[in-house]
Design a protein around this ligand. Sequence first.
Ligand code: A5A
Length: 286
Amino acid sequence: MEEDTGALPRKDDFSEWYNEVLWRAEIMDVRYPVKGLYVWYPHGFAIRKRAYGILRDLMDRDHAETMFPLLIPETEFMKEATHIKGFEDEVYWVTHGGRNELDVPLALRPTSETAIYPMYSLWIRSHTDLPLKLYQIVNTFRYETKHTRPLIRLREITSFKEAHTVHATREEAEAQVETALGLYKEFYESLRVPVIISRRPAWDKFPGADYTIAVDTIMPDGKTLQIGTAHMLGDHFSRTYEITYEDANGERQYASQTCYGISERSIAAVIARINASSCPGAISTP
Ligand code: A5A
């Protein structure tokens, strides 16, 4: 993009520049009449298709792709105390089917632990079923109360890639967190997005995790944007959802779990690089 055409706002006003690029390059239409929900223009979707093609190829190396339902019964959602506490203010609830009030309200998934893990409990029987590594690319809903922005802070995340793995030992789960971060590094290298990887303080970890490691990038306005996270779940969820396996000695053990996710924030990070690459110094490469 040419600096001197006068076609775009000054690059140093990143926010205005970003909105203008999304509009003029036909990436997202922000006029959909629900706050925090945006529409992919076909051109924007083509960018998403390319980027998510890379992500899928990386995941398909040793994960299987799957798809779970969008609706989660309140009874399952409410089982893991820390997880509920972290998400209770962000959940959209479906309470009616037509005019009838539902017996059990259904949550629109803000993320899918509570949809997937009750099924893992049925699927996993023996140590020979492990490790189990699945992922899905789906839409999720979060009632975000902070300022919403296209691709960055959404109430409907349309491109939520979430992986959920199950392991026999804590050590294997911890190693999987590192593997996940390696995949995310490779993904962002392909997109030419520089990243910083760091462990989050306890107050900022994922609800229900032992610890969280985040992937951040620095946006042209100097702010960091979290563009991926990997969570060591330990046995918190496996104890709640009874995800157990029989070990080689015939004893029942609780499994160790991880999960990790990326959203269309990854596309926002790519767009931000267009600004940064023609304006060196606006972004610091770690
Ligand atoms: N189940 C795990 C993977 C999970 O939900 N982790 S997470 O809450 O940290 O979300 C994963 C990633 O999705 C975040 O690192 C962030 O990059 C992105 N994300 C989270 N909320 C978002 C929102 N409202 N809009 C866009 N992206 C979001």
